[in-house]
Design a protein around this ligand. Structure first.
Ligand SMILES: Cc1cc2nc3c(=O)[nH]c(=O)nc-3n(C[C@H](O)[C@H](O)[C@H](O)COP(=O)(O)OP(=O)(O)OC[C@H]3O[C@@H](n4cnc5c(N)ncnc54)[C@H](O)[C@@H]3O)c2cc1C
Length: 440
């Protein structure tokens, strides 16, 4: 494509070495495309454009030396997989043709087409993709951070590589009493995970013969078990069968781990504390976008999410800025599955923008959530904007299935590491057409 051949990156001082770099002080870099964040969305987009643009045209700004496949943390929490199996070196997943600056974005200066970093460097760009995901906001719940870090406590979270193995340790130690699972009052990634781990724990306690002495409690801020009615109906049957007590609109407020007490409040009466003792507490923590993004007031909505058009993924104020993944304000379920579809839309639309054309491709809000219901069954929820089911398999995916379990455990990780991060996976739409030629 002509436009792509015309422009190359111009790395100014302290030229970046061919891969991970520790730049010299106060260096200035320039590139055609800057990708901020090297997680699921950032790696995928960097792979796509590193292939299309001349060498060294793409810079990835990412502070972490490790890249995780987060969707497997649920099975880490259940003792099926070790956390090491979900981790790879960042350098091994970034495309060879891109440059990695191992540093964090500090300020976005969209009027100057510039990003400054924590270490004091400047990166000039022509086009910018923001893919910085969501961070756990432990401090929002007093006592939570301390409880998670106390190795002897029975408080854990599958939402953190540091604490997901602790969930299984706590499950093994549990003998009787309340086991509480929480869902916070913020946007979170994979909104199905807080209940998946509850279903897996129930199965585990049955195996270890402690289930009859266990009171399973799921406290969720939501008014329903799941946002898509078709799957909510199926999940309510699971909840009933497993005898899990669900408290809706109930939010974790404080953890007193010295007393093994969790304090909640109900959205219906915010002034009244509800204190519950626990033998084990699993927390899905509140989340927010990284601070540097929340502070970029011209780019974000009231909740601190990057404002993009929900179909084209382009920022409305700055057409050379796009967003992908958990940090954007698109009203879809925040999942890696969503990114698989978004990445193709973003690729096509950014290419149009580079050619001074309007973005034309539209993201349909697709997301998927493999809702594990035991150690060998799963409800594979797939849906688009508005909670409209869009299933790939030629059977009713609201039914618990073994195939879906093994897809989640084995097939999806394979696709992620070997196809998606290399920029070649665009979601299951083609497979859907092949398996269901007569569906719309
Ligand atoms: C327990 C759990 C279960 C899940 N289950 C599923 C599932 O079954 N199916 C599914 O599809 N999805 C699932 N997900 C969700 C999925 O993992 C995320 O939606 C996806 O990884 C988000 O990708 P992202 O690129 O938006 O963010 P991330 O992959 O989180 O990447 C963000 C990157 O930005 C970097 N960053 C942060 N701040 C800065 C900064 N200042 N400067 C530069 N870089 C920065 C971070 O270091 C990180 O590498 C699950 C997630 C969890 C935690």
């Amino acid at each position: 494509m002509n436009i792509l051949r015309k422009v190359t990156a111009v790395p100014t001082p302290g030229i970046i070495r061919s891969f991970s770099v520790s730049p010299t002080n106060n260096a200035t870099y320039s590139c055609k495309l800057l990708v901020v964040g090297g997680g699921t969305g950032g790696c995928t987009m960097a792979a796509k454009f590193a292939r299309r643009l001349p060498k060294d045209s793409v810079i990835v700004l990412e502070p972490s030396k490790d890249h995780y496949y987060q969707p497997l943390w649920t099975l880490v929490g259940a003792g099926v997989v070790r956390v090491d199996a979900t981790r790879r070196a960042e350098v091994s997943v970034l495309p060879k043709g891109a440059k990695w600056i191992r540093d964090s974005a500090d300020k976005l200066l969209p009027d100057k087409n510039k990003v400054t970093t924590k270490e004091g460097h400047e990166i000039n760009y022509e086009y910018l993709i923001i893919a910085v995901g969501l961070e756990n906001d432990y401090k929002k719940v007093p006592g939570l951070y301390e409880a998670l870090h106390d190795k002897s406590s029975s408080v854990s979270s599958i939402y953190d590589s540091q604490f997901c193995e602790k969930t299984f340790q706590n499950m093994k130690q549990h003998k009787q009493g309340n086991v509480i699972f929480t869902y916070p009052d913020t946007m979170i990634k994979c909104p199905g995970a807080p209940q998946k781990i509850a279903y897996l724990a129930d199965s585990y306690f049955n195996k270890t013969n402690v289930r009859s002495k266990t009171n399973m409690i799921y406290n969720t801020c939501l008014p329903v078990i799941f946002g898509v009615p078709k799957y909510a109906e199926a999940l309510m049957k699971v909840v009933k069968r497993k005898n899990i007590n669900v408290n809706y609109k109930t939010i974790l407020k404080e953890v007193r781990h010295d007393k093994k007490e969790a304090v909640f409040f109900s959205k219906d009466d915010e002034n009244k504390d509800i204190t519950m003792d626990y033998s084990m507490l699993h927390v899905a923590p509140p989340m927010h976008t990284p601070g540097f993004l929340r502070n970029s007031k011209v780019l974000v909505d009231n909740c601190g999410f990057l404002e993009v058009d929900m179909y084209t993924l382009q920022n409305k104020e700055y057409p050379n800025i796009y967003g992908i993944g958990d940090c954007t304000n698109t009203p879809n379920s925040k999942t890696a599955a969503a990114i698989a579809q978004q990445c193709y839309v973003l690729e096509q639309n950014l290419l149009s923008t580079m050619q001074k054309d309007e973005p034309k491709m539209k993201y349909n809000g697709y997301g998927a959530c493999p809702l594990l219901t035991s150690y060998n069954t799963c409800i594979l929820a797939e849906f688009t904007y508005g909670g409209v089911p869009r299933e790939t398999m030629p059977f009713n995916q609201a039914n618990e299935s073994r195939i879906a379990f093994y897809m989640k455990k084995d097939l999806f990780p394979f696709i992620y590491w070997h196809i998606m991060l290399k920029g070649y996976y665009h979601g299951p739409e083609k497979i859907r057409k092949l398996l269901n030629p007569f569906r719309d």
